[in-house]
Design a protein around this ligand. Structure first.
Ligand SMILES: Cc1ncc(COP(=O)(O)O)c(C=O)c1O
Length: 392
């Protein structure tokens, strides 16, 4: 089945007369479990399972290419960060994590904190330099032995660097490391890291999967029985579970993922093209435009081969410094000045306003999360905002 059809038709209640078309939300903290002769109750308690999780979990696993999504559903977590934390716990105490120089700053801050407390050692690398990443995983620089986990994000937030997932995964496995890929920016409709060899995929479901900026939720996906057991046990014991309402909203959002992505990716590609043309012609005060779909993007060829469903819906522009970028944000009427991404509405944010953002991210970089509005309205607002900001 094509993903577009799967998104709409999977995880529906059985077709019976008068059955609801959508599974209702199961608000319950516990389940009837008196079964003296059975192997044991399956659900038991609301921290271990909830029927409302099943739909989005099985659908996401199927989208990511898990062979048996009923046996190994995705695991919903209370946030993307909770899923990241669970995946990092797959590393042993004192283990070494090789992680991107640029990536979601919350994840980088968590790595910093785990390093400071001595739980893990962390080595940050330029994930576009495949040889350097492989060396870091295998040899470990000053540290001892190979890495426990190669942590990847592609494209990276917010620099939109693209990692060679297949090559890096193969080399990491040869060195004995697990590979975890944050697939939030791409979504499984654009790239499927498990099929390129990754062991675990994590998502901020908050973003494209739920898609309407009304839910905070995360997920971890794996096709490995042992890793699935460990991630499931971590979720149950640490308790960062999804609320049933959030799980319901995630499934409802995923129903339209293909359509939303089709429009937002087309908008992003068109805006990147127009912005880059305006930069070259000098008609807008833009210093740089980055989008993996632009032929000038340093990893464009790799992105075209690896991201089979498009180039994503995020692009960045670099203005001449923080003040110029802030002025653009203030002068936009339609784009919403807000953090996050992946919703139907277009959002804009100067990323270096956060202390945790690496200093190598340009101070004037604006991250544009492109929504599903008409592209001409987005374009006119951007042009007007940039021109008004330049006039002061
Ligand atoms: C790439 C990426 N991964 C993970 C997260 C964290 O997800 P959440 O905010 O759902 O905890 C984010 C949030 O912005 C993100 O952009």
């Amino acid at each position: 089945m094509h993903p577009e059809t799967l998104l709409v038709s999977a995880s529906r209640p059985a077709r019976e007369v008068d059955a609801p078309v959508n599974d209702p939300v199961h608000f319950t903290s516990t389940f009837v479990g008196w079964e003296p002769d059975a192997a044991g109750p399956r659900r038991l308690y609301g921290r271990m399972s909830n029927p409302t999780w099943d739909g989005p979990e099985q659908l996401l696993a199927a989208l990511e290419g898990v062979e048996d999504p009923v046996e190994r559903p995705a695991l919903l977590f209370s946030s993307g960060m909770a899923a990241i934390s669970a995946a990092l716990h797959l590393a042993p105490n004192g283990g070494r994590i090789v992680a991107p120089q640029h990536a979601y700053q919350g994840g980088l801050s968590l790595l910093d904190s785990l390093q400071q407390t001595g739980r893990l050692a962390v080595e940050r690398v330029d994930i576009t330099d495949t040889e350097a990443v492989v060396r870091a995983v295998r040899d470990g620089g000053d540290a001892d032995g190979p890495a426990s986990i190669l942590w990847l994000e592609s494209p990276t937030n917010p620099m939109l660097e693209v990692a060679d997932l297949a090559a890096l995964t193969e080399a990491a496995h040869a060195a004995g490391a697990l590979v975890v890929v944050d697939n939030t920016f791409a979504t499984p409709l654009v790239q499927r890291p498990l099929e390129l060899g990754a062991d675990v995929v994590v998502h901020s479901v908050t973003k494209y999967l739920a898609g309407h900026s009304d839910v905070v939720l995360g997920a971890a996906v794996t096709d490995d029985a042992g890793l699935h057991r460990r991630l499931h046990a971590h979720r149950t014991l640490h308790g960062a579970i999804a609320g049933p309402m959030e799980a319901f909203l995630a499934l409802r959002g995923m129903r339209t993922l293909a359509l939303r992505l089709e429009r937002s990716q087309a908008n992003a590609a068109e805006l990147a093209r127009r912005l880059d043309a305006a930069r070259r012609e000098g008609t807008l005060p833009v210093a740089a435009v980055t989008y993996p779909g632009l032929p000038e993007h340093p990893q464009h060829a790799l992105a075209a081969a690896q991201m089979q469903g498009g180039f994503g819906s995020v692009l960045t522009v670099v203005m001449e410094g923080a003040a110029a970028a802030d002025a653009v944000v203030q002068n936009l009427r339609h784009w919403v000045p807000a953090t996050s991404l992946g919703g139907v509405e277009s959002l804009v944010e100067r990323r270096r306003r956060f202390d945790g953002e690496p200093a190598t991210v340009p101070a004037g970089l604006l991250r544009l999360s492109v929504g599903i509005e008409h592209v001409d309205d987005l374009w006119e607002d951007l042009q007007a905002g940039m021109r008004a900001a330049a006039v002061g």
